[in-house]
Design a protein around this ligand. Structure first.
Ligand code: TRP
Ligand code: SF4
Length: 328
């Protein structure tokens, strides 16, 4: 299956990104024809006021992907703003997208509400899903792995496809299917959403020492004062990490031992740290073999492949729009 997905370059990836998104991409690439791209234009829609080096952030993002197991031999990795066809198609799609679809978008309304600290009443932010539609249909993607918050955007993509086909009498696009990522959300170390801005994240680049320091100071069941006080794993963050990262037998044993007061929190956290290390250690090893030059080359090659596909599709789109000529 043809798959496209993108991620905004907003800084280094944490364990939540890995478990929620990247781990899934790594699996998908084994059996599918995948394209993963750095959505740097999309990043600007919310961060245009911040002076940040998007090029550098993009390189870091791709470095994290590859360290986490995205294989550039299997998957095409590219940068959105390097493929100008995204912008070209975005212009055309903007012409046919009713404002109502964008204004009613629940994700849009939520984010306006949540990002009160930013001025995002911009054309770019309102039309975010139009650019996303262009990203997807430019490559004839059949499937798009996304999280819950992106479902409305994919629905808008499908509506835009149908409207284009109807208006220009030419069925050149594919209506993509959503591939909802099954995700047990991993909270941050303070129980809030894991996020850079809350300073509560475990990063894919953290050392073993970093991981242990963060885990060591994490809150556990406050009722447990002494080591053999019975605890309740359900109110403990460390247990969430076990559920996400430890094997079933370990999870069951910790559940029972915690309730019986048979395991101390420090010992429990040590087991948890080991489970995290099992995920991070292979990434550290892969990262040792990567350098900036190599990443740049991977992106260059990926851009070239993406460009070829994108320009061939844009040829057909422009024929349909400007010459009322339809060829699939
Ligand atoms: N909007 C997506 C997000 O914030 C990123 C994205 C941009 C994307 N274009 C895409 C995801 C195309 C899938 C397909 O997560
Ligand atoms: Fe949490 Fe483990 Fe302590 Fe129970 S034993 S409270 S699960 S850290």
């Amino acid at each position: 299956m043809k798959i496209v997905s993108g991620m905004r370059p907003t800084g280094k990836l944490h364990l939540g990104h890995y478990l929620g998104v990247i781990r899934n991409w790594v699996e998908l690439q084994k059996e599918n024809d995948c394209r993963f791209f750095v959505a740097d234009w999309h990043a600007l829609s919310t961060s245009y006021e911040e002076k940040q080096n998007l090029k550098e952030l993009g390189l870091e993002l791709v470095m994290d992907w590859i360290a986490a197991g995205i294989d550039p031999q299997r998957s095409t990795i590219f940068v959105q703003s390097s493929i100008k066809e995204h912008a070209e198609l975005y212009v055309l799609l903007n012409m046919i997208t009713p404002l109502g679809w964008l204004e009613r978008n629940p994700t849009y309304k939520d984010q306006l509400e949540q990002m009160k600290n930013k001025e995002i009443h911009t054309a770019g932010f309102l039309t975010y899903p139009v650019l996303q539609a262009a990203d997807i249909i430019l490559y004839g993607a059949e499937g798009v792995p996304i999280g819950e918050d992106q479902r409305p955007h994919l629905e808008i993509t499908r509506e835009i496809v149908r409207r284009f086909h109807h208006l220009f009498g030419c069925e050149i696009f594919t209506e993509p299917k959503e591939m909802l990522t099954p995700m047990a959300r991993l909270p941050g170390l303070d129980g809030r959403k894991m996020s850079k801005s809350y300073n509560n994240a475990i990063y894919l680049t953290d050392t073993s020492e970093d991981v242990w320091q963060k885990l060591r100071t994490a809150k556990t069941d406050p009722q447990r004062v002494r080591r053999n006080d019975p605890g309740n794993p359900e109110v403990c963050l460390v247990f969430d990490y076990h559920k996400a990262l430890s094997d079933d037998t370990t999870v069951q044993k910790i559940d029972a031992d915690c309730r019986a007061g048979a395991i101390g929190c420090i010992d429990c956290k040590k087991i948890c740290a080991a489970s995290i290390e099992r995920v991070l250690e292979p990434m550290r090893e892969r990262r040792l073999k990567l350098d900036k030059k190599g990443i740049e080359k991977i992106i260059e090659d990926g851009n070239e492949k993406a460009k070829e596909e994108a320009s061939s599709m844009m040829g057909r789109v422009n024929d349909a729009v400007f010459e009322i000529s339809c060829h699939r």
